[in-house]
Design a protein around this ligand. Structure first.
Ligand code: CP
Ligand code: NVA
Length: 308
C-alpha cells in the first residue's frame, strides 16, 4: 500500500506524533541521516508561487541524500492537454515521491489515484497540511505538548489554512476555534471532518465569530492572508469584513494568557497582522518557517518507509 499525504487526516493521531518526533530529530541534526541516499529522486511541482515550500523541500531532500527535481508545473505538458492521471503514471516510472502545489483538491486526488509512489500536498485550495505539521512542531516545542491546548485561527475560515488547522489540530487533540467574518465561515464538510477526528482524540472544533471572545485563554493564535492565491479577482471585499480580525497587540492582550502567534507567511504587514506582533516577543513565526524544513523531511521519510 502506498501512503499519501493529501490532507491532515491522512496521518492517524499516533502517526502524526511519529512524524513530529522525527522532525525534532532532524531539527537537532540536519545532515547526519541520509535515508534518501542512492539517491532517491523526488519531483516537487508548483502550479502556484512559492518561497518557503520550494526552498524547504529542495534543501531538505538534498540534506537527506536525495535528488530534488523542482518543476514549474505551468511549463509541463500537464499545463496543456496531458491528463493528471497520465502525468502521474509517468512520474511513478521516474521518481520515488511527488510533491505537488496545485489548485482544487480533486486534482491531487486524481494524481494519487493512479500513483505507485507517495504523493504529498504542498498546498491546494482546500488544504495546506505540510504547513500545519510545521505549525504543530513549533507549538509543541514552545508549550511542551499539543493535546488540550487551545488554538484560535483568525481570518478566512474557509481557506486551506483554516481547514488544515481544524483537521491537523483536531488530530493532535487540540481545541480549535475558528473566528471569521460572515461569508467566510468554515464550510460544513470541513467542520464535520475535523469534528469526527476531534471525537477520537478528545479535541474540539468550534466557530466563534467575535474575535475577542475567540482569543480568550488561547494558547496559540494563527492567522493567514485574507486573499489566498487564486482569489485575487473573485470580486469579494477581502479587506473590510476582516479588519476586526487583525492580529494586533490589543487582540493578543485579549487572550489574557501568554500566547504564541503563528503565520504561515507570506505576511501582508499591517493587514492580517501588525509589525509589532509579527516581530514581537510572542511571535514564533520565523521558527515556524524554519520548521517546514524539518517537518517535511520527516514526513517524506515516514511516507517512504511506510509504503510498499
Ligand atoms: N507558507 C508557505 O507555504 O509559503 P510559500 O507560499 O512561500 O511556499
Ligand atoms: N492561504 C494562503 C496560504 C499561502 C501559503 C494561500 O493559499 O495563498
Amino acid at each position: 500500500m502506498v501512503r499519501h499525504f493529501l490532507r491532515d487526516d491522512d496521518l492517524s493521531p499516533a502517526e502524526q506524533t511519529e512524524v513530529l518526533d522525527l522532525a525534532d530529530t532532524y531539527k537537532a541534526d540536519r545532515t547526519s541521516a541520509k535515508p534518501l541516499a542512492g539517491p532517491k529522486s523526488v519531483a516537487v511541482i508548483f502550479e502556484k508561487n512559492s518561497t518557503r515550500t520550494r526552498l524547504s523541500f529542495e534543501v531538505g531532500i538534498a540534506q537527506l541524500g536525495g535528488n530534488p527535481v523542482i518543476i514549474d508545473g505551468r511549463s509541463m505538458q500537464l499545463g496543456r492537454e496531458e491528463t493528471i492521471e497520465d502525468t502521474s503514471r509517468i512520474l511513478s516510472g521516474y521518481v520515488d515521491a511527488v510533491v505537488w502545489r496545485t489548485f482544487a483538491q480533486k486534482r491531487i486526488e486524481a494524481m494519487a489515484s493512479v500513483s505507485r509512489i507517495p504523493v504529498i500536498n504542498a498546498l491546494t485550495d482546500e488544504f495546506h497540511p505540510c504547513q500545519v505539521l510545521a505549525d504543530l512542531q513549533t507549538i509543541r516545542r514552545v508549550h511542551g505538548k499539543l493535546a488540550g491546548l487551545t488554538v484560535t485561527y483568525l481570518g478566512d475560515g474557509a481557506n486551506n489554512m483554516s481547514n488544515s488547522i481544524m483537521l491537523g489540530g483536531a488530530t493532535a487533540g487540540m481545541h480549535v476555534r475558528i473566528s471569521a467574518p460572515a461569508g467566510f465561515q468554515p464550510e460544513q464538510w470541513a467542520l464535520d471532518d475535523a469534528r469526527k477526528r476531534a471525537a477520537e482524540t478528545g479535541g474540539s472544533v468550534e466557530v466563534v465569530i467575535d474575535p475577542r471572545k475567540a482569543v480568550e485563554g488561547a494558547d496559540v493564535l494563527v492567522t493567514d492572508t485574507w486573499t489566498s492565491m487564486g482569489q485575487e479577482n473573485d470580486g469579494r471585499d477581502r479587506v473590510g469584513p476582516f479588519r476586526p480580525y487583525q492580529v494586533n497587540s490589543a487582540l493578543v492582550a485579549s487572550t489574557g494568557v501568554k500566547t504564541t502567534v503563528l503565520h504561515c507567511l507570506p505576511a501582508h504587514r499591517g493587514w492580517e497582522i501588525t509589525d509589532e506582533v509579527l516581530d514581537g516577543p510572542d511571535s514564533a513565526i520565523w521558527d515556524e518557517a524554519e520548521n517546514r524544513l524539518h517537518a517535511q523531511k520527516a514526513l517524506l521519510v515516514w511516507l517512504l518507509e511506510n509504503s510498499s
